[in-house]
Ligand binder design. Sequence first.
Ligand code: UDP
Ligand code: MG
Length: 327
Amino acid sequence: MLALPATPRNKPRLAIVVPCYNEDEVFAYCQRELSHLLDTMVQEQAVQPDSFLLFVDDGSRDATWAQIKNACAKNQHVQGLKLSRNVGHQSALLAGLETAVRQADAILSIDADLQDDIQAIPRMVEAYRAGYDVVYGVRESRQTDSWFKRATAESFYRLMTAMKVRQIPNHADFRLLSHRALTALLHYTERNTYLRGLVPLVGFPSTEISYTRGLRTAGVSKYPFRKMVALAVEGITSTTTAPLRLIAVLGLCICLLSLAAGLAVLVQKFNGATTAGWPSLILSVFFMGGVQMLSLGVIGEYIGKIYLETKHRPRFHVESFIGGTAD
Ligand code: UDP
Ligand code: MG
């Protein structure tokens, strides 16, 4: 591994990491906009001239990789990393961060659809230059998201706060990390990656930069409902064991309640009143069955995590890399 030549804090070597999955509709626009922004920042002496963009192709099935290769051939500030298959947003991003950390002082991540305002990037770099190691991009409003996405996201953040998970509300994966913060982050070698939950654990001076989230420039969201739920479950189970405790408390409450109900039935019997009919009996059996299955499911989710973690499987494989000096 090559050691990085030292750069002053106020003029970092910046890497912008962009995970791409079937993004051939937005790639050209994304690359043009980001390259233009990078050139401007270089001219303004805000970042080093050897700052670069790194596009990670997360096993796309369309022309994304062909476009990345093309961009690398034309522009020396563009690098491309191709993963051997689709591993999902979080792991793809991690692959990009691992590659970028070897070559940059400040590493920024952004989605390919540029829903996150790229005009916030110079402000984020400014914060880095002012001494912050972690700069979170925080959405000011979610007007461009559907009401359903807004409502589900809102409830998710509430739930996370209730479970005392440290998380920055309305922050996705648009953030800047210093070399040392990212190096620390990469020490978290768990397979179940939920970067939003891990970054706050790293510490170091951090700040937030707010921006307005726009619409996708083209193409469709790569996060259908199914993946959103999967990410939310990942977020909860990889950061807290509160649901397990909740199950225990729930179990205790139900035990106490049924004990009280049992006593009430006994009293009724001694008073000669007939016991209530079948519906209540059947309903309580079904309810208890449901609670037990749900609880088992939650426990199973955690056991599944342990199972996957113990295998220590690699999170991704790199098929090819173009550009730069990363080994
Ligand atoms: N992405 C990825 N692998 C996947 C799914 C998504 O690398 O399996 C990338 C995608 O190309 C985009 C980013 O993750 O750059 C976020 O996806 P998207 O914009 O579709 O999510 P949304 O904004 O709808 O939550
Ligand atoms: Mg998006």
